[in-house]
Structure formats: structure tokens, C-alpha cells
Ligand binder design. Structure first.
Ligand code: ZN
Length: 490
């Protein structure tokens, strides 16, 4: 047996075990009995230990040394295994386990502080998380920039400086559009009424099917925070229901279908290899966003959805499809990132990106974080934050040590903009299908150009090859100005 064969066989089992661990996590967030938390923690801890041992197995180093991959897929697999191996070897086991322990505690402390609106209860813990994250970043950075080292985990190849330049180019046009939209004379009506859970879930299933979700290789359950989990033959989605706001359920579902379709669409030959999953968080988010926004919130699909919703809920307070399209895309001032519309969403991300970069570099002290957040929010959104739960305490990410993750949401939007431009040129009659509740031509194009490749190419390469342009925010900004200019009569 060659070193490459041994390496890939070993990796195959590691991938299978980590997929089992992921399914335990899915179970915990969906159907696990409430009283099983302690047992599950021990089960997951045991899995993590086995996985950590496998990922740091010294034989990987020897196989990597001797491996002589011949095909592009094998070369890339070796490259990705080497990258992971180097990463896990650079971070001492002591630091990795301290981080795991502290962040699991910190998540609980954050949740309590948020419920009590008491940032002072959380900030000392955040400071400890930050110290460990800086230490981890220093191990990974090898003398380079600390933030870049963390970002590289989620968006390989991207640097903080590149993200900053991208965001600087976007901010003025987004702020201007936001002001024009909020000040426009024409304002869409809000949807109101009571929308029973069962009916929402039935419609959500119809929407998932419309977007090509393969139910023979997936399922949908309820979760507090919707997510997707798994790949290949078992890629599951979750959704949530708010009985006064059916868009929450329907668009979370379409969003997660985007993530899940990516995993379902990867070339089955890559199963149980490092190529067999989405290549980065940004590319992943580009799929969920293009399904949810460019296709799902477009005039064509919302026209179809209007008829389905009016039928299912026995009439709506919105009476025609054009008004309904405006309602779906309604822009209102708000504090919360996860509830933000397409116009304001990226501004929420820019704020977090700048603050977390300063926290990691030490330019910002965690004791000054609340003040820094509030000042910046007022500047970018023109609104005074009313309470910490609506401000600095709203997101879980920092408590669990996710620094460098936030920008991938906005990168996903930027990538989706580039992809949408190419998709519309390649499939000019996409809207005809979407108007009939059928996103198949969109899914087919995305599958052929993005999804099937999995981890074969680096993130920027797959986006640029698919969209035929250098990554830039222009297509997204043009799309937003055109869309919202139309809805608001600008
Ligand atoms: Zn997402």
C-alpha cells in the first residue's frame, strides 16, 4: 500500500467519525430529551477526544511526507489534510482543551448576562476568551497577523485587510441606500395576522421542495436557531416558527435549503475526503443567500408564494402580488442582525468586524466594548441602542470564541451577488420557472458551477470561476440599488 492510500483510508474513518459527532450535535439541538444533557456532554467529549487523537496522529506527518498524489483531487486532498494537521499540531493540547472548557462555560454566562441585560456579568469572561484566542492566533500566525490567522479558519486565503477594503468600498453606497429607503414616501405594508404552526411548516416543506431539496437525503425539524447539518446522503435542515411572522419560518427554511443543497450537491466521489464538504463559510453562505434573497425574495418567486400563502392562510391583509413583494422586502430600522433586511444586513457585519479586529489586536479593551458598540451603532444606523441585549450582547459568537467568523456572512452576500449576475446571464428564463414555484434551473446552474466541486478549489477560485469576474461588491450593490430603488420608487 502506498502512503497516499494509507493516508486517505485513515482520513476516511476520521471523516466518518466526525460526521457521527456532527449528528450527535444535530440530535442535541432537535429531538434529544431535555434530561439527557450530562450524558450527551460525556458522549460528545469522548468523540472529541478520539477525533483529536486521530487528527494529531504522528503517522499523518509520515504519510504526508511520502505521499505522491497524481490527480488534482488527490493533490488537493493532501493539501487540505496537511493544512489541518499543521493547524492542530501548532496549537498545544493544553490550550485547545482550555479553550473548549472556557468557551462552553462562557456561552452559559453570556446567555444569562443577555437575559439580565447585564454586560458587566459577561465582559470579564469575554476578556479571558480573548486572551486564549490571542494565544491560539499567535500559535497559528507564525509571526503574521493575529486576526488573519483566525479568519483563515473560516475563509481560507482571505485577510483582514482584504475584507476591510471590500467593506470600505461597500459602506457608503449601503448607507446612502438605507437612508433613501427609510426616507421614501412609498412604504410597504407589514404583514399581520395569526399563522398557525402546522400550516407554516407545510408551506415551508413546499418551499424546500421548490428549491430542489432532496427529501430522500434529508429531513426538516424544529430548532431554536435554525441550522443545517450533515452531507451527501444525510443533509438535514431545521427551521423555527413564530406564529405572527410566517416569513421567519419560510425564509429560514429556504436559507437552510441553500446550505443543505450545497452539501447534497457535492460530487459523491469526494465523500469521506476533505473535498467532501463546503469549502468555506463564505461560499456556504453564498448558497444560502442566493436561494433566500436573489431567488427567494425576488418578484417572480414571491408572486408564486403570495398565491400559496393566501390559499393556505385563508387570505392575507396584503391583497396583490406587487404589494406582497414589497412586504417581503420591507426595510425597517432595527437593532438585531439576524432580523435585518438585505439593505442593512452587511452594515451589522461591518460593525462587528471592526470591533472584533480591534479586540484581537488589543486596540480595543473589552471594558470599553459596550461604549464602542453603542457609539458605532449610532453612527452607522442613526439609532441609540436601547439596551445591551439589543446591542453588544445579541450574538453568541464571541462567547464561544468565534472571532473572524462574522465577515463570512457579508462575504457570502458579496459572492452571492457575483454568482447571481452570472446565473441570470446563463439562465435568462429563470424567473419564468421561479414564478411557477420552481427553482430547479437555478439549483442546476449552482450545482454545476459551485456545489459539485466541494473543497476542490480554494474559495475565491470557485467563486471567480463560476461568476467569471474578480470578486467585487459591485454586482451585489447594483442588484440592491436596482431592487430597492424599484420597490421604494427611488
Ligand atoms: Zn447561513
Amino acid at each position: 500500500m502506498s502512503a497516499l492510500t494509507d493516508l486517505l483510508a485513515f482520513q476516511r474513518q476520521t471523516e466518518a467519525l466526525s460526521s457521527v459527532a456532527e449528528r450527535l450535535g444535530w440530535d442535541q439541538e432537535t429531538v434529544m430529551p431535555r434530561g439527557a444533557a450530562d450524558q450527551r456532554a460525556e458522549e460528545m467529549g469522548a468523540m472529541e477526544e478520539v477525533l483529536h487523537e486521530r487528527r494529531t496522529d504522528p503517522r499523518i506527518g509520515e504519510w504526508l511526507e511520502a505521499a505522491d498524489p497524481q490527480t488534482p483531487a488527490d493533490r488537493r486532498a493532501v493539501q487540505l489534510i496537511a493544512r489541518d494537521f499543521a493547524r492542530t499540531s501548532r496549537v498545544p493540547a493544553r490550550l485547545a482543551s482550555e479553550l473548549a472548557r472556557l468557551t462552553s462555560l462562557a456561552q452559559g454566562i453570556w446567555a444569562e448576562a443577555r437575559a439580565k441585560d447585564a454586560p458587566e456579568d459577561f465582559l470579564p469572561t469575554l476578556d479571558q476568551v480573548l486572551m486564549l484566542k490571542r494565544e491560539e492566533a499567535a500559535c497559528l500566525a507564525d509571526g503574521g497577523d493575529l486576526y488573519d490567522a483566525l479568519l483563515d479558519d473560516y475563509e481560507p486565503g482571505m485577510t483582514g485587510a482584504q475584507v476591510a477594503a471590500l467593506f470600505d468600498a461597500m459602506r457608503p453606497r449601503l448607507v446612502a441606500l438605507r437612508e433613501d429607503v427609510l426616507g421614501a414616501a412609498r412604504q410597504p405594508q407589514a404583514l399581520s395576522g395569526h399563522f398557525p404552526q402546522e400550516t407554516q411548516l407545510r408551506l415551508a416543506r413546499t418551499c424546500a421542495t421548490a428549491f430542489g431539496y432532496d427529501w430522500t437525503r434529508g429531513r426538516m425539524d424544529l430548532a431554536v436557531h435554525p441550522f443545517s447539518s450533515g452531507r451527501w446522503q444525510d443533509s438535514r435542515i431545521t427551521t423555527r416558527v413564530v406564529e405572527t411572522d410566517p416569513f421567519n419560518c419560510l425564509y429560514s427554511t429556504i436559507h437552510e435549503v441553500g446550505h443543505s443543497s450545497y452539501e447534497q450537491g457535492i460530487d459523491p466521489d469526494y465523500a469521506f475526503t476533505p473535498l467532501g464538504r463546503g469549502v468555506s463559510m463564505g461560499v456556504h453562505e453564498s448558497q444560502s443567500r442566493i436561494y433566500e434573497n436573489q431567488m427567494g425574495r425576488g418578484r417572480a418567486f414571491t408572486g408564486w408564494l403570495f398565491t400559496r400563502m393566501a390559499e393556505a392562510f385563508d387570505g392575507l391583509n396584503i391583497t396583490d402580488a406587487d404589494a406582497f413583494y414589497a412586504t417581503v422586502n420591507r426595510v425597517t430600522p432595527g437593532y438585531i442582525r439576524t432580523e435585518a433586511d438585505e439593505v442593512q444586513y452587511n452594515l451589522h457585519i461591518m460593525l462587528r468586524f471592526d470591533l472584533e479586529r480591534d479586540l484581537i489586536s488589543g486596540r480595543l479593551d473589552s471594558r470599553d466594548l459596550v461604549e464602542a458598540w453603542n457609539v458605532r451603532f449610532l453612527k452607522d444606523f442613526g439609532v441609540v441602542v436601547d439596551r445591551p441585549a439589543n446591542g453588544v450582547l445579541q450574538d453568541v459568537h464571541w462567547s464561544v470564541g468565534l472571532f473572524g467568523y462574522f465577515p463570512t456572512y457579508a462575504l457570502g452576500n458579496v459572492y452571492a451577488g457575483c454568482l447571481n449576475q452570472a446565473l441570470r446571464a446563463a439562465v435568462p428564463d429563470l424567473d419564468t420557472a421561479l414564478a411557477q414555484g420552481d427553482a430547479t434551473p437555478g439549483t442546476e446552474w449552482l450545482r454545476e458551477n459551485v456545489q459539485r466541486h466541494g473543497g476542490l478549489m480554494p474559495p475565491a477560485e470557485v467563486i471567480e470561476a463560476a461568476s467569471g469576474v474578480k470578486i467585487s461588491p459591485e454586482p451585489l450593490l447594483d442588484y440592491l440599488e436596482q431592487k430597492f430603488g424599484g420597490i421604494y420608487g427611488l
